[in-house]
Design a protein around this ligand. Sequence first.
Ligand code: HEM
Length: 357
Amino acid sequence: MNSFNPMDPEFLADPYPTYRRLRTEDPVHHSPLDFWVLTRYEDVVAVLRDPRFIKEPLVAFVAARFGAAVPPGVGVSIITRAEAAGSMDLIEELAYPLPVNVICEMLGVPVEDHERFKGWSLDIARGLDSILLPPESEVPRRSGAARHAMTDYFRGLVAERRASPRGDLLSALIAAEEAGDKLSEDELLATCILLLIAGHETTVNLIGNGTLALLRHPGELRRLRETPGLIASAVEELLRYDGPVQRTARIPSTDVTIGGRTIGKGEMVMPFIGAADRDPAQFADPDRLDLARTDNRHIAFGWGIHFCLGAPLARVEGQIAIDTLVRRFPKLELVTNEPEYRQSLTLRGLKTLPVRF
Ligand code: HEM
């Protein structure tokens, strides 16, 4: 079995044939890059629900490899603007600003500071693939610096809200912290960063990947336009078919045998959500996009105790954005059939998605 190169442009454009090959030939694959790759639905779910596999030591794992450099650590108005132009970059003009504005508003980050988060968030997201990079890479250091800068920023904002609370989520989190031993200041800051990054780097790709999948499946797009109420099930299928989060990671606290192979205590394991969600043992005809798919128990938002906190928000955002887009623009079409992907093994998303309507 040839191992795969996660940064190969062909893999980035379409990882699913590689997942299929791995799932069939070597479902518990040990990569020469020194981590385990799981591609069967059954194994991925088993790891995510198994308390022996722990998420927390990941930061320490990366820090050990890179030295001490990594510290612990609405749509319609937007669309109206683009309408007059007749074309837009869907990522830049809709898919990105929508969830960013929502999470910033919810948390209570002032509008004038939104731009500062873009760079920090991008640097932190790039750091998610630190494990794949050579030790001399700048990425983990930049990611660590961005995390520091964001922590400082939130420390300032927390002080402001502590002095004069408002009706935002940040003020509510501060109240929880002040109520006693529920949340420490470090946890409060880490939570703000997690929510901000998740708000910046995930739903954008649900809207981007989802719209691309629909434009590549005109029959399904027509079905969505013609079937009232299909949007909720459609978004679930788009999450399964080409989800924003392709993989996660865990470290076993003891030796564990999966699929006949023993994964050693402390080794890095990557359960591939994107591969599990195309497993024919779980999904009938998994490579087919079927917006009315039944029994769609996809794991795009994970499984078990780390199940995505933002899933209800992301679902609503995805439903509003995609539904508005396809209804408002009956002639929506791609400008290029080969849009470029961001370089990431964790987050699957497009750099740009030019469309006209
Ligand atoms: C379509 C969009 C999204 C997808 C596909 C997604 C996916 C995921 C996945 C797969 C996990 C589990 C990771 C693991 O098990 O290691 C997760 C966790 C999490 N997500 Fe999301 N997410 C999305 C949007 C959001 C949004 C908008 C927020 C918050 C504003 C958010 C906040 C979180 C948080 C806080 C966790 C960590 C939960 C924990 O560790 O206990 N997510 N997400």
